[in-house]
Every structure is written in structure tokens, then in C-alpha cells.
Design a protein around this ligand. Structure first.
Ligand SMILES: [Zn+2]
Length: 227
């Protein structure tokens, strides 16, 4: 009788241990089983500008084309980590569709090269990444433009602003050629203002580009989870 007590103690401990192990196995299994809403989705990413087209030039001289590419490459890594497939309109510092210097006078027409590329894929959505600029250096904030896809724009905008803590300019309908010519739901994201010294500093920093990418991905995940 007296010797059965420690025996009972060890049995209970053994049961508790077995229970904890079981829960760990189950919970890790659940993590593996819970696929991201982005799994299997094809996401087209467009790094604004490139090559001969620098885009906006920041208060301290940084070029929009570098920030957009850096952010797109981070987005690509994170999206692929969630099982998404990624299509890029450019993966280095060049201007898609550029053939001659005279092309620089018809930059909006060069957008055709990007939309042709994306429209030839099975991309579910297109996200074009930009930095904003304004003659007023005080102006700050984040905006997302759309032509036919207000839901995608509003979802990406709200998650991006939440991630960055920036002024919410909103989701705005505007006929940018990248949006009107693409056949899939498309948004153009202006992450912040390069013309504002404080936002320029953020926009060119790696950690802020990661935060922006995370915000956009949170938005995409929420968009696909609701359909
Ligand atoms: Zn731009």
C-alpha cells in the first residue's frame, strides 16, 4: 500500500508527460496543416520605374526605382515562404520595354511591356509598388490606387497603414495605365513620400521595406481569405 503511492505519482507524471507530448505533436501538426490563404496563389509584383527611369528623387537624393525594387524582392521572398508563386515585371535595375532614348518621352506607353508580361501569366492579382512625391515637402502618408478592384485596394491599404503607422490617405480610384491595362485585379501602392525627408529615410531603410512588405502581405492574405 505504502509503496504504491510513489508508483501512483510516477504514473500520473507519466500521463501528464504523455499528454504534453501529445499536445505538442497535435499543435505542431496543426501549424503545418494550416495553409496560408496565399498558398498556390500567383502574385504579380511590379517594381515601379527602373533603369533610365529613376522615378521620384528623394529629399536627400535617393531614387524611387531602388526602393521599389528592394521592397518587391522582399515581398517575393515572403510570399514564396507562404507557398505563393511570384511573377516579377523586373528583377533588377532596368526599364522594361526600353529600346531607345526617345522611349523616355513616352514612359506611360512603356507600361504596356509590363502589363503584356503580367497578362500572359495566370496571376490572380497585380501589385505595383511606388514611392510618392509632392512639391509640398510636409506631405506624408500612404495611399493605394485601383481602377476595377476597390476591395483589393481597401484591404491592402488598411493593412499597410496598420503595419507602417502612417497617415491613411485612402484607397483611390485612378486610371494609371498599369491598372487599366492589366486583366487581373490590380493595385498601385504609394508606400510613402520620398519628397518628405523623414519618410524618405524610412522608405530606403531595409526594416521599413520589410514592414511595408508584411503589411501588403497581410492585406493580400485577408483579401484571399474572404473569397
Ligand atoms: Zn512611381
Amino acid at each position: 500500500m505504502h509503496r504504491s503511492r510513489p508508483h501512483l505519482f510516477w504514473t500520473r507524471l507519466g500521463k501528464t508527460f504523455a499528454y504534453v507530448v501529445l499536445m505538442l505533436v497535435l499543435s505542431s501538426g496543426m501549424v503545418i496543416a494550416a495553409k496560408s490563404a496565399l498558398h498556390g496563389k500567383v502574385i504579380a509584383l511590379d517594381a515601379g520605374h527602373g533603369g533610365q527611369d529613376h522615378g521620384a528623387i528623394g529629399a536627400s537624393g535617393s531614387a524611387e526605382k531602388h526602393n521599389t525594387l528592394a521592397t518587391v524582392l522582399i515581398l517575393k521572398e515572403l510570399l514564396e515562404g507562404e507557398g505563393a508563386k511570384v511573377v516579377l515585371t523586373r528583377n533588377a535595375d532596368y526599364l522594361p520595354g526600353y529600346k531607345a532614348p526617345s522611349d523616355l518621352e513616352r514612359l506611360t506607353e512603356l507600361i504596356r511591356a509590363r502589363t503584356d508580361l503580367v497578362n500572359a501569366t495566370e496571376a490572380h492579382v497585380l501589385v505595383s509598388i511606388h514611392n510618392d512625391s509632392n512639391p509640398n515637402p510636409e506631405l506624408t502618408g500612404t495611399s493605394t490606387y485601383y481602377w476595377r478592384s476597390p476591395l483589393l485596394a481597401k484591404t491592402v491599404q488598411s493593412h499597410l497603414v496598420e503595419s507602417l503607422g502612417t497617415r491613411d490617405i485612402g484607397a483611390i480610384q485612378h486610371g494609371f495605365r498599369i491598372l487599366t491595362r492589366s486583366k487581373m485585379p490590380a493595385v498601385l501602392v504609394e508606400i510613402g513620400f520620398l519628397s518628405n525627408a523623414a519618410e524618405e529615410k524610412l522608405l530606403k531603410s531595409y526594416w521599413y521595406q520589410v514592414k511595408a512588405a508584411q503589411g501588403i502581405i497581410n492585406g493580400l492574405r485577408a483579401y484571399f481569405a474572404n473569397r
